[in-house]
Design a protein around this ligand. Structure first.
Ligand code: NAD
Length: 486
């Protein structure tokens, strides 16, 4: 049977919760008095629909049904989970939570998105305090998995376990805090960083853009994959966490920050942190942790490169420098169209480069060939390009992470609308590891139909074709062949 959730308060956060439940197959009812609520929720939902399902390699369940209600009672009736996400005001939260409880079964879970209030604050103004737990998410709720769960002291373990199970079932990573504290855990870090940032900007030490760059080009990427303590454990090197603390402990009393209320880094705290760090990461050696870190950083930075954003933009700029065209191309020989190391995230469970990456590399080589013949960004912006219509790949040998690959391109036919290319992929030792044969057709990007290239592009291709005419033909040619008939 379809499970039912209710969202009370459908703003930035409520809308995100709504999308997460809905796209994970729950029926969702929502109440928000804002006359614009439907429009705003539709916008959040549209973003969630285009981003969330693609995170998974398996299909999400069929989307649940969405109902807009005109009262809290109507929205929460029969719900298994109610997420309260109204504005951050305690009197409002008390009123809304009490109304929710009046219409809801006592065994249903009420999560509150509150960023700052403790369960005891919320419970102080409602009939059944144990039923309300803090379920504090991060924006966008439909993508970011973490949710801080803080239960009221009178809540049963069974209730908390059930709540944690539900959050996991919609793809979240619940973090159960054992004791309540204002602003929970994650917002404390954000608040500390935020306060420092405000001082840096106020005192003209850094602009807002410089503050952001200091985060996103460096420690922000590190934090995304190992957090704070595991990262610092590595920084301690082979001597470990205790060494790190001993080395950097004294700075705590130096004026490195405006936040000068620091704990005493005495033996007891050093031991506590070292023991917890051992339990967290001690099963792996420092070199292994370093390799895991590096692999994660490569994967994340390459993902950002695909988006041409933050550290990924820096990678692209450096790529462009590395790829600056050589002064002359010898058109009597196959042209070198790609040269690169195999990145870590191109290898698969067999430890070698995954077969689809051979095509990716060959496709990059073809793009480069297009640029060399004049079908570059300007040409494409003017409405012409080539689309691939046929590809044949032969995988001849293995290649591994870090190995330097080279690709050459031979033009087999560049007449009319056709571009028939033969790419050879070589490994570091110069052995042929794959061949890729591609046929592309020149198209108008306006009509999306085949058309002739510009005369200057045709002339260029004619020169290259004449140069390549004397080259030996590939051992096997597939494209343009009819299937053999019996
Ligand atoms: N914005 C964030 O980054 C963030 C992150 C985590 C948690 N939170 C928490 O989430 C909660 C909501 O914050 P937000 O950023 O979504 O605010 P928001 O202003 O975008 O949304 C609040 C919504 O509550 C609605 N509302 C007001 N009174 C209501 C009532 N009586 N019944 C039903 N709905 C009512 C408003 O119309 C509005 O749509 C707050 O408790 C906040 O601390 C916010």
């Amino acid at each position: 049977m379809t499970r039912r959730a209710a969202i009370v308060g459908g703003g930035v956060i409520g809308g995100g919760w709504l999308a997460r439940f809905l796209l994970n197959g729950w029926d969702v009812a929502v109440f928000d008095p804002d006359p614009e609520a439907q429009r705003k929720i539709a916008a959040v939902l549209a973003n969630a629909r285009r981003s969330l399902p693609g995170l998974y390699d398996a299909a999400l369940p069929p989307e649940g049904t969405l109902r807009f209600c005109d009262s809290i009672d109507a929205a929460v009736a029969g719900a298994e989970w109610v997420q309260e996400s109204v504005s951050e005001r305690l009197d409002l939260k008390h009123r809304v939570l009490s109304q929710i409880q009046a219409a809801l079964a006592p065994d249903a879970v009420i999560g509150s998105s509150t960023s700052g209030y403790k369960p005891s604050d919320l419970g102080g103004g409602v009939p059944r305090p144990a039923q309300v737990l803090v379920a504090h998410p991060f924006n966008p709720v439909y993508l970011l998995p973490v949710v801080e769960v803080v239960a009221h002291t009178t809540a049963t373990q069974d209730f908390v376990d059930r709540a944690m199970g539900i959050l996991r079932s919609i793809g979240m990573k619940p973090l159960h805090l054992k004791r309540e504290i204002d602003a929970h855990v994650a917002d404390r870090f954000l608040e500390a960083v935020w306060r420092e940032a405000l001082w840096l900007v106020k005192d003209d030490i850094a602009t807002t853009a410089e503050v952001d760059d200091a985060i996103r080009f460096g420690f922000g990427i590190r934090w995304a994959q190992m957090g704070l303590f595991e990262t610092y454990r590595i920084a301690g090197g082979e001597a470990g966490m205790a060494h790190f603390l001993a080395q950097f402990g004294p700075c705590l009393t130096w004026p490195w920050t405006k936040l000068m209320d620091v704990p005493d880094l005495d033996d007891a705290l050093v031991r506590k942190i070292s023991e917890q760090s051992d339990a967290q990461s001690g099963m792996r050696g420092i070199r292994e942790l370093e390799r895991i870190r590096d692999d994660n950083l490569v994967a994340m930075m390459r993902a950002l490169k695909g988006r041409n954003w933050a550290s990924g933009q820096t990678l692209r700029e450096h790529d462009a420098r590395l790829r600056e065209p050589s002064a002359t191309v010898d058109w009597s020989q196959p042209v070198e169209t790609a040269a690169r190391a195999v990145p870590i995230d191109w290898t698969d469970y067999n430890g070698h480069m995954n077969e689809c990456r051979y095509l990716e590399l060959s496709s990059a080589a073809t793009d480069r060939f297009m640029t060399l013949i004049g079908c570059d960004a300007d040409y494409i912006a003017n409405g012409g390009s080539y689309f691939t219509v046929e590809t044949h790949l032969r995988h001849l040998d293995e290649t591994h992470a870090g190995e330097r690959m080279r690709v050459t391109t031979q033009l087999l036919d560049g007449t009319g609308k056709k571009l028939h290319l033969f790419n050879r992929l070589y490994n570091e030792a110069g052995a042929l590891v794959a061949t890729a044969e591609h046929v592309l057709i020149h198209v108008s990007l306006e009509t999306r139909r085949a058309c002739l290239p510009t005369p200057s592009l045709q002339q260029r291709l004619a020169v290259i074709q004449a140069g390549h005419a004397g080259l030996p033909q590939p051992e096997v040619i597939h494209c343009g062949r009819r299937p053999a008939s019996n």
